[in-house]
Design a protein around this ligand. Structure first.
Ligand SMILES: [Cu+2]
Length: 189
């Protein structure tokens, strides 16, 4: 008995080709799954929390952020509020952000806490708490973003990427402005 009228040898070759196709499909499926699995892994591949240099007499804090660490949508590897920066009320914050990614633009601004997962159209929580071109962002090829503002009102705020869609998928962390705090800190939640 023969299938499709083919001699046994041709049938064997056909089956072999069919199995090859199946193996290829399985490989592609596994690769796709691996890529999907890498997305949260990349955003949670946190390095050390960013350092904050604080000058007590002038109450000035310099916060240096690195966006896109591990090719993820994050700041220093922290996303979805996993990084908590705390500063005393009245601190003048000097924010600098480099982007580690060459192919995805990122930026940072301080937004109201309620806006941390907005898709676009952010407003700075304080005067000056955003670079002018935060929707455009920068890549690793550009000079770092810099802005300075005074955290004049205590409360819970968000450090968000202003490039449309990025905060929505988790590119935000927490900034708490706290009355009576002796010095700033940046810690993993
Ligand atoms: Cu971004």
């Amino acid at each position: 008995m023969n299938v499709c009228g083919l001699p046994p040898v041709a049938l064997g070759a056909r089956l072999e080709r069919g199995l090859g196709w199946l193996r290829q499909r399985a490989f592609l499926a596994a690769t796709t799954l691996a890529v999907i699995a890498m997305i949260p892994a990349a955003t949670s591949a946190a390095g050390a929390p960013p350092g904050i240099r604080y000058d007590g007499p002038t109450r000035t804090a310099a916060l240096d952020l690195t966006a896109g660490q591990g090719d993820g949508y994050n700041f220093n590897g922290y996303a979805g509020g996993a990084l908590v920066v705390r500063v005393p009320t009245g601190t003048t914050m000097q924010v600098t952000m480099h982007n580690a990614a060459s192919d995805v633009s990122h930026s940072v601004l301080v937004a109201p806490w309620s806006e941390r997962t907005k898709g676009s159209g952010f407003a700075a929580a304080f005067p000056g708490a955003a670079p002018p071109d935060f929707e455009m962002g920068i890549t690793s090829h550009d000079p770092p973003l810099r802005f300075s503002f005074t955290a004049r009102a205590a409360g819970q705020y968000a450090l968000v990427c202003g490039v449309p869609g990025h905060a929505l998928i988790g590119m935000w962390d927490e900034l708490d402005v706290v009355d009576g705090l002796s010095a700033p800190s940046a810690t993993a939640k």
